[in-house]
Design a protein around this ligand. Sequence first.
Ligand SMILES: *[C@@H]1O[C@H](CO)[C@@H](O)[C@H](O)[C@H]1NC(C)=O
Ligand SMILES: *[C@@H]1O[C@H](CO)[C@@H](O)[C@H](O)[C@H]1NC(C)=O
Ligand SMILES: *[C@@H]1O[C@H](CO)[C@@H](O)[C@H](O)[C@H]1NC(C)=O
Ligand SMILES: [Zn+2]
Length: 429
Amino acid sequence: MRVKIFLLALLVALSSAGKHDVYKGYTVYGIVTSEGSDLELLHQLEEPLDLDVLQHGDAQRETLVMVAPENNAKFLEKLDEYGIQVYVKVADVPKYFEEFDADYARYRSSRTSREAIPFDNYPRYAEVNEYLERIAAQYPDIVTLVNMGPSYEGRDIKYLKISTTNFTDTSKPIYFMDALIHAREWVTAPVALYSIHRLVEDLRAEDQDLLEGTDWIIMPMVNPDGYEWSHDQERMWRRTRRVDPTVNTTCVGVDANRNFDVAFNTVGVSANPCEQTYPGSAPFSEPETRYVRDILFEHLDRIQLYVNIHSHGNWVLFGFGNRTMPANGVALHHVGAILGSTIDAVKLPQAPFYRVGNSANLLYPSSGSAQDYAQDIGVPFSYTLELPGLGYAFQVPPSYIAKINEETWRGIAQQARLSKMHYNMRIGS
Ligand SMILES: *[C@@H]1O[C@H](CO)[C@@H](O)[C@H](O)[C@H]1NC(C)=O
Ligand SMILES: *[C@@H]1O[C@H](CO)[C@@H](O)[C@H](O)[C@H]1NC(C)=O
Ligand SMILES: *[C@@H]1O[C@H](CO)[C@@H](O)[C@H](O)[C@H]1NC(C)=O
Ligand SMILES: [Zn+2]
């Protein structure tokens, strides 16, 4: 009898199980946040109501939050109490994700194999690696593949060094970019891969100076474990996947972008290991963040510029996360602004203009971020780049990937040039 009931339950579960059922009953709300105090209140509700803020609003932009069914009533009650207007943006989250999947499947199957290049898609971990390996094999004179070692779950984390002088010419600055430190920010890896493409496979005459005058370190996937999990299990997964039995075996992983050793575990973090911004039990508890740290130190004398690529919101942010401005704040703003404004000049009409500034002043205080760490150890220009969400948050339709790649490359190119001028001044040449 027991067995029968169990089997029946299993059958029911199997027949109704959709890929995104973990989000059953979740709602995404849009909130028109006109006042600073509204944002402050939302921020205070984040942890007690386990809100997942999908889009950080400001005076011009709505806030998007995803709310679990058990917190729904309480959430609406609180907003009502404070007179904050809210509307339902996505009523059926699993269905919304399923529609995205279907759209993406159609997009992929409509591409010829020549077009199905990793930077025009949301490539899986294996496809990214294949691309890096192919480029390194095909262009051995200018490209070197480096394997930093395994992620927690054993996926090798690789990056490319791109240089016409094999990283031996100290008169050149290094531009270091990485992507996908946050698992759900899928559109970031294509931008890193497209940058490789433009420097190696499709170098245009007007960009010759970028290849010859600058050395590049490009790491497209800092957090492959979280990324694969976000494809297969939980689309909104942000963190790493390391199990730390001394912390909690139900809730795994940490926010890798709070795990760096800079003002660790002070502001903008949650002490709850189940929350999105849990920083980990100690700085650099994650192999993935240790690899980024090790690259920074290996080339610290020449990394003039570091860009940690995120999605979404059209922001170019810099340190420090505690509102203190780095000593070179004016130049830091300038080199950040050229990235944003170059993209703005060719942006889609529906994309907001990039906003550039201190991350704590523009968005929220934070600690332990990659941006702050690189700045703190001596990289002159260190940024968090938040690519466009175009109103879709993390679900940017694949048909926009090529546009985001191209416009962002323009910004990166101009930023590399300005950064090089600063490097020349720094080394006195
Ligand atoms: C670059 O230098 C490294 C040693 O640092 C060497 O292993 C590698 O083969 C060199 N690559 C090229 C393209 O010369
Ligand atoms: C781990 O997290 C789960 C889910 O929130 C919680 O129920 C459990 O008490 C936690 N365990 C420990 C040891 O903190
Ligand atoms: C803010 O953080 C930076 C980097 O950790 C640090 O150098 C600075 O002293 C901090 N400022 C304050 C007021 O704590
Ligand atoms: Zn992010």
